[in-house]
Design a protein around this ligand. Structure first.
Ligand SMILES: Nc1ncnc2c1ncn2[C@@H]1O[C@H](COP(=O)(O)OP(=O)(O)OP(=O)(O)O)[C@@H](O)[C@H]1O
Length: 640
């Protein structure tokens, strides 16, 4: 696992036993701005409050640290700047490293608003005309700046230090909704900043003292977090944990991550010291709850990242157990947020069990990751794939696009296939590593670290790496084996072209992939990609419609054909929800006069009826194929 600067900070903060755990808002000198409580009293009290923190000059460059222009702290998740910063941290003597980090954080340069001279800056122009649709009752309006939302000084300071100059579209819409206390189901493209969209409201909510004043006695062995963030893979949980720690820096708020494959005893020790926000993979969390080491009775904020995957058959059983059968407060008594880049209708329907009077938000053509990813599909027979891969890698190398700042991620279908391709590449002079679910956790972490650092600029992966991972400098994603479901394709290619940057994705397609052809053509056309004539012909031959929800590329929310939004509130076909539509230009329509221009009017939501199969090793899942916990011949679908 990559070491984050904030991990280091966490180590320092955790040093020594804690006599008793006191939540941040009850501690002396809490950075909480008392006036923020009012926000929760009146969730829609935006107007009078906007502008209070507004200070556009803060967006300008405020100081230049010793690390030079924009190189001190990169943006998020193991970005270049963060790791450089970590490098700095290592050179600081052990005794005062924490102070030194604090000091350095204070010196960090804040980007110019346009971020023009920093290659790590998010390219906001890429998101200018993004379509946004929201539905539900009384949708709080979007904001243009972070300062407009009353996130509190400590969090706003950290946002600046993270170089988040302005919110991305999903943040502009989702954060005000969540800060207003509303339940939310949000769809937005890969790499568009969903993590911060659920982290900021949770941090802000806990700091504002809505957390029931939980105080753990000295000998408490049961951790009672206030916020819970669930994600499907260990690596993603670690990544989210790193983000939470950065955003919650110096707030006194404690975030802990628990996940499978790592020693549980160490994780027990971590939670015993107190935890405000727990980031977890479902399996390990259930284990800890069953051992009476974690209680969910104080949960006020629940976020499911990659929510459609979490509610798919592979995880649904565990998620229902956690959310409905343990001691978690029911919907309405907690705030629930579900985020993903893809949200099939039937999964939305399942998800609504966890939500109360929620808002559905769809930002952009879900899954197409805007037009930032240039997609190519080549017809390659299985026996020719290795040679074609070699050609691609060689031409990358020839154009100087191979190395530390140009990483290539190659997706394959099986764990064995990943190992075999890794060795073949290495024996042919291409430094590669592999990640999949049969590797022990240490090997997985080592592989990811080696890839991120550029030591092995090629990583062969199964779907365990397809969701959520934010790896800077991935410039090419190759679908060596096509996934069976279009949503998996969307997440895989989304490992490039993130945060407004451009990326490339190449897929090897042959007759065995015919079932996905039509969905692929639709997706590419929506993303304004050139579709080869032969692929269109394949789509014509494909027996599955793009919206059949079955094995044929299963993307049930594409049933509407003409829809420009991949994400769609299933309720709008079935029930009378207040509806509002907006664009990035804040065009709101009176809910009473709203007619959904994208609805064909003929769709009726199909009840989800897939049976739960008792054998834990075998579940048929939404994506139309069987998945087992260890089977080699069966594609891995990225569970943990
Ligand atoms: N407002 C912002 N300003 C600058 N950078 C940002 C901002 N919001 C997010 N980022 C950066 O953009 C990158 C992508 O964000 P994030 O990983 O949250 O995307 P995501 O939508 O969750 O993607 P995925 O669907 O793949 O999980 C991260 O490196 C993050 O630090």
């Amino acid at each position: 696992m990559a070491m984050y600067w904030s991990d280091r900070m966490g180590d320092e903060v955790q040093r020594g036993p804690r006599a008793s755990y006191v939540p941040p808002h009850l501690r002396p000198n809490s950075p909480v701005d008392e006036s923020r409580h009012r926000f929760h009293d009146d969730p829609y009290a935006f107007d009078s409050r906007f502008g209070r923190y507004s200070n556009s000059r803060q967006l300008g460059r405020v100081s230049v640290g010793p690390m030079g222009r924009g190189r001190g702290l990169g943006r998020g998740r193991g970005g270049r700047g963060w790791s450089q910063y970590h490098g700095f941290n290592r050179s600081v003597p052990e005794t005062n490293s924490f102070d030194a980090v604090v000091e350095k954080f204070g010196e960090v340069e804040v980007l110019d608003e346009d971020g023009a001279d920093n290659e790590d800056a998010i390219n906001f122009n890429a998101y200018e005309d993004i379509p946004v649709e929201s539905s539900g009752e009384n949708v709080p309006p979007p904001v243009d700046t972070f300062e407009e939302i009353d996130l509190g000084k400590a969090l706003n300071d950290n946002i600046k230090k993270c170089k988040y100059v302005k919110p991305t579209p999903v943040q502009r819409h989702a954060i005000p909704i969540a800060v207003a206390g509303r339940d939310l189901m949000a769809c937005a493209q890969t790499g568009s900043g969903k993590t911060a969209a659920f982290c900021f409201p949770i941090i802000c909510g806990i700091l504002s003292g809505e957390s029931n004043g939980m105080v753990m006695p000295r000998d408490a062995r049961v951790a009672c977090p206030t916020g819970l963030i669930l994600s499907p893979t260990r690596e993603l949980s670690c990544q989210i944990h790193g983000e939470v720690k950065k955003f919650a820096y110096q707030t006194g708020l404690k975030a802990v991550v628990v996940y499978g494959g790592a020693p549980i005893v160490q994780q027990f020790r971590n939670i015993e010291k107190g935890v405000d926000i727990l980031v977890a993979t479902p399996g390990r969390l259930v284990d800890m709850i069953e051992r009476d080491r974690v209680s969910l009775k104080k949960i006020k904020y629940l976020a499911l990242d990659e929510a459609d995957r979490m509610l798919d058959m592979g995880f649904e059983h565990q998620i229902r157990k956690i959310v409905q059968q343990m001691d978690m407060p029911p919907p309405g008594s907690r705030q629930t947020m579900l985020f993903s880049a893809t949200f099939p209708d039937e999964i939305q329907k399942l998800a609504s069990d966890f939500l109360s009077n929620y808002i559905f938000l769809s930002v952009g053509r879900v899954g197409s990751s805007t037009d930032l990813i240039s997609q190519k599909v080549e017809h390659v027979e299985d026996m020719d794939k290795r040679n074609r891969l070699m050609d691609l890698l060689q031409s990358q190398r020839a154009s100087g696009k191979n190395g530390k700042h140009s990483l290539t991620l190659v997706f394959v279908e099986t764990k064995r296939g990943a190992d075999s391709l890794e060795s073949w590449l290495a024996s042919n002079g291409f430094p590669a590593t592999a990640i999949h679910g049969d590797k022990v956790q240490l090997e997985r972490e080592r592989a990811l670290r080696s890839f991120k650092s550029g030591a092995t600029p090629i990583m062969v992966a199964t779907d365990v790496a397809s969701r959520g991972l934010d790896i800077p400098h991935v410039s090419l994603v190759i679908n060596f084996d096509m996934p069976r479901a279009i949503d998996d394709y969307v997440h895989r290619i989304g490992r490039t072209g993130r945060a407004g940057k451009h990326g490339e994705a190449t897929a090897f397609f042959n007759d065995s992939n015919l079932p996905i052809a039509r969905a692929l053509v639709t997706l590419m056309q929506e993303a304004k990609q050139e579709v080869p004539a032969w692929l269109k012909e394949c789509a014509g031959k494909s027996s599955h419609s793009p919206g059949d929800g079955g094995g044929g590329g299963g993307r049930s929310n594409r049933h509407r054909g003409g829809s420009k939004f991949g994400g769609y509130d299933y309720r709008s076909d079935a029930a009378n929800v207040g509806h509002s539509i907006s664009s990035s230009h804040h065009h709101y329509v009176d809910p009473r006069s709203y007619v959904n221009p994208y609805s064909t009017g003929s769709y009726v939501a199909v009840p989800y009826s897939a049976p739960y199969v008792a054998d834990p090793g075998f579940y048929p899942n939404h994506y139309g194929y069987a998945a087992t916990c260890s089977g080699e011949s069966v594609p891995e679908n990225g569970w943990d």
